[in-house]
Design a protein around this ligand. Structure first.
Ligand code: UD1
Length: 332
């Protein structure tokens, strides 16, 4: 199985991936600086899986901290999640995003090359497809993304690709996530956005809880059947399982896979699905479009199925039920 270093291990996707790694028998070394997550996740992961793991409170842009982690552990692979991810903040403070997200990838990739760590899984995003026409397939070239957050994904993909091309013992797997939502079925870990959420599902769950008054739907005049935007929502546990499939099955060298379901759901459909799954009414108003939103985004999901043997299994109903189960019990 081997030991895997997970950067950003207490974040939303990171924590669910740690749970899957532990359940599948990997030995885990997790690192996080808690810039957008809580130390409580560590205990929840231990209780949830009944397994222990090593944890470093560390900023992975700090080469000294990263060197210590690599010197103290025999690492077989790295899954690199640690990054800033708020699109609006990245527009307001681009240097924060370029410096943090790009440096973290460089520092970790360099440590891998120096310590003979052969596998690097990178947390990329469907945002690299920009305003193209879905279904988005992996052979579509990454574009100049619409915002600094998206550009950090494009640039990191390139840096890691160049590094793997120059080092035959270093393989890179780029995973482009669509819209991860939901939570672990136990309700013990989930999404914990700080402040008012930017993303749709955590906004809905906070309206359901009464923390926010109503959902604002950004535009109902798009060229879609109900006028609201369409996205490829994927259960975070399916996404997490995509990472172990990638560790096991991706070929050497550079490879890239979408992690999505291949199905689109509109904002209104998601609201209705949430109401039906949980028996809670979500009040909403329609407001103007949000700058930078694309009308329709969904994955071509064939490549991951063919080469990784992985396919998303959970339904929109599962996503709505589990997102609410977490918010209801544990959301702060
Ligand atoms: C967003 C980011 C994307 C990033 C991803 C991370 C933008 C433009 N894109 O994706 O780069 O990788 O998050 O998870 O920010 N919506 C509402 N009301 C709300 C919130 C959202 O109507 O309060 C709508 C949006 O207009 C969109 C859909 O819900 O149509 C999904 O939005 P969101 O969850 O923010 O995801 P993306 O915009 O797809």
């Amino acid at each position: 199985m081997g030991s895997i270093l997970v950067s950003g291990g207490t974040g939303f996707i990171g924590s669910h991936t740690c749970a899957v790694l532990l359940n599948e028998g990997y030995s885990l070394i997790a690192a996080d600086n808690f810039s957008n997550s809580s130390p409580k996740v560590l205990d929840a992961l231990r209780r949830l899986t009944g397994r222990d793991f090593r944890f470093y409170e560390a900023d992975v842009t700090n080469a000294g901290c990263v060197e210590k982690i690599f010197a103290e552990n025999d690492i077989d692979g790295v899954i690199h999640f640690a990054a800033h991810k708020a699109v609006g903040e990245s527009v307001a403070n681009p240097l924060k995003y370029y410096s943090n997200n790009i440096n973290a990838s460089i520092v970790l990739a360099r440590a891998c090359c120096e310590h003979g760590v052969r596998k690097f899984v990178f947390s990329s995003s469907a945002t690299v497809y920009g305003f193209g026409n879905p279904p988005f397939a992996e052979d579509m070239p990454p574009v100049f993304a619409a915002n600094p957050y998206g550009m950090t994904k494009v640039i990191c993909e390139r840096i890691l690709t160049d590094t793997a091309n120059a080092n035959k013992d270093f393989s890179v797997i780029l995973l482009r996530y669509f819209n991860p939502v939901g939570a672990h079925e136990s309700g013990m870990i989930g999404e914990m956005p700080g402040g008012v959420p930017n993303n749709l599902m955590p906004y809905i769950t906070q309206v359901a809880k009464g923390k926010l008054k109503e959902l604002r739907i950004f535009g109902d005049d798009y060229d879609t059947p109900d006028g609201t935007c369409i996205r490829d929502y994927i259960h975070v546990m399916d996404l997490a399982e995509g990472h172990t499939a990638a560790l096991k099955n991706a070929p050497e060298g550079v490879s890239v896979y979408n992690l999505g379901t291949g199905r689109g759901t509109s904002v209104l459909e998601l609201v209705r699905a949430f109401e039906a799954a949980n028996g809670i009414k979500i009040p909403y108003t329609i407001v103007g479009r949000r700058a930078g939103d694309i009308a329709v985004s969904y994955a071509s999901a064939d490549k991951a199925q063919k080469f990784l043997g992985w396919k998303a299994k959970r339904t929109i109903n599962d996503m709505c039920r589990d997102a609410w189960n977490f918010e209801k019990n544990y959301g702060e």
